[in-house]
Design a protein around this ligand. Sequence first.
Ligand code: SF4
Length: 160
Amino acid sequence: MAISTVLRILRARRVTEPAGPSSPNQTGPDELAGSLQLRHVDAGSCNGCELEIASAFGPVYDAERFGARLVASPRHADGLLVTGVVTRNMAMPLLKTLEATPRPRVVIAVGDCALTCGAFRGGYGVVGPVADVVPVDIEIPGCPPDPTAILEALRSVTRL
Ligand code: SF4
């Protein structure tokens, strides 16, 4: 599908979220406090951010003890953990994944690529940062972000 077609569809289907705290913010909806199920979406990452997410959920940092878990389906999730710049091939799947995630939900953009396109800015296969495709609630900067920064962001939602 041509990128112009993808962008036209994205604009037409642009997801609008109810007004909340000024976005992007560093907290999620109150309803998600204590338990946060996340579907991870790699929208075009180099996999550096994935290594840090794996570390954040591994035995050392153990994000699950703070109420955050990774799940396999957006229908079981409270939000998305999105890494990487959004590529042409992943723009529509990212939008569809968000649409499949029940509300209230939170979108967490992980890494400089997800926030600003990072090292891939201007690439031929790049649509843009995550916020150009879906509304972003929480930003975690870094290339890649440290597991402690990921934990801090997750805890801002679970508040544990
Ligand atoms: S922010 Fe850095 S580590 Fe993460 S996907 Fe981009 S280049 Fe890779």
